[in-house]
Design a protein around this ligand. Structure first.
Ligand code: SF4
Length: 207
């Protein structure tokens, strides 16, 4: 009886310790996710969370999600897809449609995706959440970390602040995505960044 009780206590302790290592990781695309999730796996039990209502057009969304599934299978980690509410994203960002990339529209876009991640983490009992987005040189790590910390306070959970592009993180992620043969998009994701990319391509073609 005594042995059984001590076994139960040990299991309880083990489960508590293990649950402390669970982290919900917002993931925007496979190339960024592969490197960061592999890194996080060294110290955490990551679950990838694909919530990206910003991605345009729907075919691109499907392609990025399929690539993410490949990464989750490769790393043998769970992947959760949250239904993308495209219309809501467009409504919320409409006023900021003329902002440049890395401007105020992007801040709002980060906030929309991080808040959903925090809500999901709370609902599913993850003690930590974070995002892979700081791996990109075109994303503002300081803003991402500020928003993450604010949301952590609001929802009473922990945000893992990071700047994954440091220590050659971005270069390593490019290399890894090549090795894995992953699709690498040439625009950030939304309609506005898509149009901007098309404009630049047309300009280059005209030269
Ligand atoms: S450029 Fe990227 S981060 Fe900025 S609003 Fe568009 S999808 Fe979001």
């Amino acid at each position: 009886m005594k042995d059984e009780k001590s076994l139960q206590a040990s299991l309880l302790f083990y489960n508590e310790r293990m649950s402390q290592r669970k982290i919900l990781v917002h993931t925007c695309c496979a190339p960024d996710g592969a490197y960061v999730l592999r890194l996080l796996k060294e110290n955490f039990e990551p679950t990838a969370f694909f919530y990206n209502p910003n991605i345009y057009p729907p075919e691109e969304y499907n392609l990025r999600f399929q690539e993410m599934q490949k990464v989750a299978n490769w790393l043998n980690i769970p992947l959760i897809e949250e239904v993308p509410d495209f219309d809501r994203w467009f409504q919320l960002t409409e006023e900021l449609k003329d902002e440049p990339e890395m401007g105020r529209r992007c801040d709002l876009c980060y906030a929309i995706r991080l808040e959903k991640t925090a809500q999901k983490a709370l609902a599913q009992g993850f003690p930590f959440f974070t995002t892979v987005m700081s791996i990109s040189p075109w994303k503002k790590s300081q803003t991402l970390n500020f928003l993450g910390e604010e949301l952590a306070r609001k929802y009473g959970i922990n945000f893992l602040s990071a700047d994954f592009k440091k220590k050659d993180g971005f270069a390593k992620s490019v290399l890894l995505s090549r090795e894995l043969g992953l699709y690498r998009q040439d625009y950030c994701g939304c309609l506005y960044s898509y149009k901007e990319r098309q404009r630049k391509k047309a300009k280059q073609g005209g030269n």
